[in-house]
Design a protein around this ligand. Structure first.
Ligand code: KMH
Ligand code: ZN
Length: 274
């Protein structure tokens, strides 16, 4: 079986230090969390940035500063800025880090309720607008799908040439308002993508590790991190992102699956090795 790509979503935009004191805000905190996650086996860092007080921002200068700090400690890791940002941000605000031409970024492939009164809006026109910017900058999008209808949306745009190979899906499951992350959901989604496509699972909260186990066993890839889940086990907070990555790496080793290095991940995803 192909080596396992572990992505670590170190910070997100919704969780705070009040939820788990290891959620990084400053550039230095982000770099340390990324470094420890990479040491534990993460080859991709999914990156949201914050102001020092924790406020989410998509400011390009802040991304530049954080990426510079991460690069000092982890020169090889793939950095994947979010173009999702936080609910309510404008498209152009969200797209800012793409101008830095990272190797990857996210492309959110449909709208979804995000709990309470929050709606994360990604209309078809929005997705096309994002995709155009992303491809113009030679960035590989990770196709974030919060349910099966988002996979269908990707395939509609793929057939029109508006989303291009290589197709790498991320099934983000368990958002309050999105699709759940039960085993049947996992199989439904992985069987819905075309031959040659790759996928990663990002289980929110209680779904994180059960989905990771399934993806390890069925040849998928895995995202973990404080953005998605704060707990190493029920009722016990993770002592940083590295705990979550280490747990998945151990699961993979127990199953007999090797962990991808950043260059392995580039090969698997078709990213040119620099
Ligand atoms: N913070 C969410 C509203 C992404 O990174 O592309 C969107 C999100 C998805 O986290
Ligand atoms: Zn994100």
């Amino acid at each position: 079986m192909e080596k396992l790509i572990i992505t670590c979503a170190i910070s997100g935009a919704e969780v705070t230090k009040e939820d788990n004191s290891f959620v990084p805000y400053t550039a230095k905190e982000m770099a340390i969390e990324a470094y420890l996650a990479a040491q534990a086996g993460a080859s991709i860092i999914h990156l949201h940035v914050r102001e020092d007080d924790g406020t989410p921002t998509q400011d390009v200068a802040r991304f530049q500063q954080v990426i510079k700090e991460i690069r000092k400690l982890c020169p090889k890791v793939i950095i994947q800025p979010s173009t999702g940002g936080a609910v309510g941000m404008s498209n152009d605000e969200r797209l800012q880090p793409v101008s830095l031409k990272p190797e990857m970024c996210t492309l959110d492939c449909g709208s979804v309720n995000f709990g309470g009164n929050e709606v994360f809006i990604n209309s078809e026109d929005d997705i096309i607008y994002f995709a155009n910017h992303i491809y113009q900058n030679n960035v590989l999008p990770e196709l974030e799908c919060f349910g099966k209808m988002h996979v269908d949306q990707v395939m509609r745009l793929y057939k029109k040439g508006l989303i291009q190979d290589h197709l790498h899906f991320s099934f983000v499951l368990g958002v309050p308002g999105g699709m759940t992350g039960e085993e049947r959901d996992f199989h439904f989604l992985r069987e819905s993508i075309p031959e040659g496509a790759t996928y990663s699972v990002a289980g929110i909260g209680k779904y994180e590790f059960p989905l990771a186990k399934l993806a390890i066993e069925y040849g998928g890839h895995v995202r973990v991190g404080l953005e998605d889940n704060l707990y190493i086990e029920k009722g016990k907070l993770a002592q940083g992102n590295k705990d979550l990555v280490e747990k998945v790496a151990q699961m993979a080793r127990a199953f007999g699956r090797d962990i991808a290095t950043p260059d392995d991940a580039r090969r698997i995803l078709g990213i040119k090795v620099l």
